[in-house]
Design a protein around this ligand. Structure first.
Ligand code: M6R
Length: 628
């Protein structure tokens, strides 16, 4: 967040950071523009910075450190970081400075082309002091400021800093919400956004920037939401918004009647609803920067060489709960695209069954938290057998990330609801990128095929937005089956893990009996349980075994089950077999789990709420399971 013109810049920033604490973070930092206050005496302004990497204690530690901060600061920036690029250390915490130390930046999002930019900037003599993608923007701004004509920013004309921000952003690809200060224009905050949200608040004699509404609540009613590719100049009591070309645009006022609790939940009733609606962003961010201009794919911390990975002759994937379901989808993708044999294991069983592992085996661990003890121990036991380890996790520097040979991060942001939603979708997407990566290395996929598949993946966030708009329709489907006690979830091929995930969501949230089955297995026993009143939820989008699935569904319908189907848009033939349908857009079969699972999240959510249950904190469950 950023503050200018406030009486107590330090207090306002720290208070804002505390209000963002609910999201979880690993480090925090603050920069103050010294000499801008009433006692500044007109001398040259300077930047004062403090940063702490103390997990959830970071803001408290920062508060102790700022007792030594300049008392006359009236402008500054603060940030709580959830690491994506670079470990959660003080050196990686924001704000980041340029080489001169006169400019500071805080940033949310991902600079997709940071490797290319940092190589260019290093070549030009810039010294980097962190492992973050953000720091490239500080140095780009330094370059851009040096090219701004002298005199800009010293009078009523255009601000030199805003000119530099617009110039620097024309080089940047990816997602950002950023705020910048420079000691040459000490009362000015410049903010900009693309994809990641940024809010502006104006008071009579001050101005505020924040990534989320809670930080600004109660400070002012004059709030504005910046749109994509807009730049805002905030001075005490005023704001000016332009597009990236410098043309003025009218700021969009934001009306907020929420209290702090509602604001933390983004206006939704609970974190689960908020996180379901954050899924397009989670998928978009997980995909950012994976495809380099030379056509190669990029993971995050790849400590395994191409030669080592080409040597792999077998893959095991381990995980628990929703992460295991993501592993199931990954098996289809890796076998199909990379032509490598894949075994999947529930992590708590893996190390007790004496799997055949050697140095040519790649063991992939999937864990949102990176701390689940069953998965951690499974990876450790594989490591002891000489296997290579790769982790897909949402938490940078988690135990699994630290101990593995390679890491692929999902960038879903912190997930507070106990039920996995956005992290599960991000896992599927990340694993499918990994499958493409292995296909590329092994030469089983052509560059054209990879580019085409990535295009289809990049369409997923917009398709997810469409599925989210249909949430109220699923609420009506839920009303129709609200009295039922027994649910079967059926799917085939990649629809099978979706069915398991749908059943898990229903069990954990609504405490109703729900079983997930590969539909072809039903006739080998479970069909005996089907009777009038049983609800059968089928994942009936057009994947490979659609016809066979339809025959299996006819069998349950004939026995009186109520049939709810996830179908593709416009598929009347499938819809005609159902008592109720949840349509989703079409995508390639291997990507369909990303869309198909969302109506099932909604179904579980609405059924749980209709039973008066707390969807964020279901009974008997913990978000991170650190016991065996
Ligand atoms: O943090 P992890 O992904 O390792 O957690 C594994 C499971 O406990 C987790 O996926 C759990 O099944 C979900 N929260 C259920 O929604």
């Amino acid at each position: 967040m950023g503050v200018t013109g406030a009486v107590d810049a330090v207090g306002v920033i720290l208070d804002g950071l505390r209000r963002l604490e609910y999201r979880g973070y690993d480090s925090a930092g603050i920069v103050l523009v010294e000499g801008t206050g009433s006692s500044g005496g007109g001398g040259p302004a300077r930047l004062w910075r403090a940063r702490q990497a103390g997990g959830t204690k970071s803001v408290a530690r920062l508060a102790e450190e700022v007792s030594g901060a300049p008392a006359d600061a009236t402008a500054g920036l603060g940030h709580v970081r959830w690491a994506t690029h670079g470990r959660p250390t003080a050196a990686n915490a924001h704000p980041h400075l340029d080489c001169t130390g006169r400019l500071a930046i805080v940033h949310n999002g991902i600079i997709e082309n940071h490797l290319e930019l940092s190589a260019e900037l290093r070549q030009a003599g810039h010294a980097f002091s962190s492992e973050t993608d953000t720091e490239v923007v500080a140095h780009l701004l330094e370059e851009a400021l040096a090219s701004v004509p002298p005199g800009s920013g010293s009078g009523p004309g255009p601000s030199a800093l805003a000119v530099a921000v617009r110039a620097a952003l024309s080089r940047v690809e990816g997602a950002f919400a950023l705020a910048v200060v420079h000691d040459g224009e000490p009362d000015l905050l410049v903010g900009a956004r693309r994809v990641s949200p940024l809010i502006v608040g104006i008071t009579e004699d001050g101005g505020l920037l924040a990534s989320d509404i809670p930080a600004l609540l109660g400070r002012t009613r004059h709030l504005y939401a910046l749109e994509d590719d807009q730049v805002v100049e905030v001075r005490p009591g005023s704001l000016q918004v332009t597009d990236l070309g410098g043309r003025p645009v009218e700021p969009r006022p934001l009306r907020v009647d929420w209290d702090l609790e509602a604001a933390e939940k983004g206006g939704y009733d609970d974190f689960m609803a908020k996180e379901i609606h954050e899924q397009p962003l989670a998928v978009r961010e997980t995909l950012l920067g994976r495809h380099l201009p030379d056509g190669s794919l990029m993971l995050d911390e790849m400590r395994l060489s191409g030669a080592e990975l080409r040597d792999v002759d077998k893959v095991f994937i381990v995980g628990c709960g929703s992460s295991y379901h993501a592993a199931m989808v990954a098996k289809y993708a890796i076998e199909h695209w990379a032509r490598l044999p894949v075994e999947i294991d529930i992590a708590s069983e893996f190390r007790y069954r004496d799997p055949v592992l050697d140095r040519r085996t790649l063991v992939i661990g999937i864990s949102q938290s990176g701390e689940t003890v069953d998965t951690l121990q499974a990876l450790r036991s594989a490591h002891r057998c000489g296997s290579k380890g790769l982790v897909v996790t949402n938490v940078v520097d988690s135990s699994m990330a630290r101990e593995s040979d390679a890491v692929l991060y999902t960038r879903a942001g912190p997930e507070i609801g106990v039920a996995s939603t956005k992290t599960h979708l991000a896992q599927i997407v990340a694993l499918e990128v990994l499958a493409l990566y292995l296909g590329q290395l092994r030469g089983t996929l052509s560059p054209d095929a990879i580019a085409e598949l990535l295009d289809a993946m990049r369409a997923l966030p917009d398709q997810l937005e469409e599925v989210l708009r249909r949430g109220p329709d699923v609420a009506r489907v839920a009303e129709g089956v609200a009295g039922a006690r027994d649910f079967f979830y059926l799917g085939r091929h990649v629809g099978y893990p979706v069915a398991l995930e749908g059943a898990l969501k229903l069990k954990e949230l609504s405490y109703l009996r729900a079983e997930g089955y590969p539909a072809g297995e039903l006739k080998h026993g479970p069909i005996a349980l089907i009777e009038p009143g049983t609800v059968v939820v089928g994942v009936a989008t057009r994947t490979r075994l659609w016809e066979k699935l339809m025959s299996n569904l006819a069998e349950v319908k004939a026995r009186g089950a109520t049939v709810v189907l996830v179908v593709n848009d416009g598929d009347e033939e499938t819809a005609a077999q159902a008592d109720a349908v949840c349509p989703v857009p079409r995508t390639r079969p291997l990507f369909s789990p990303v869309l198909d699972v969302v109506p099932l999240q909604f179904l579980a959510y609405h059924l749980a709420r209709s039973r008066g249950l707390d969807v964020d904190r279901p009974r008997n469950l913990a978000k991170v399971v650190t016991v065996e």
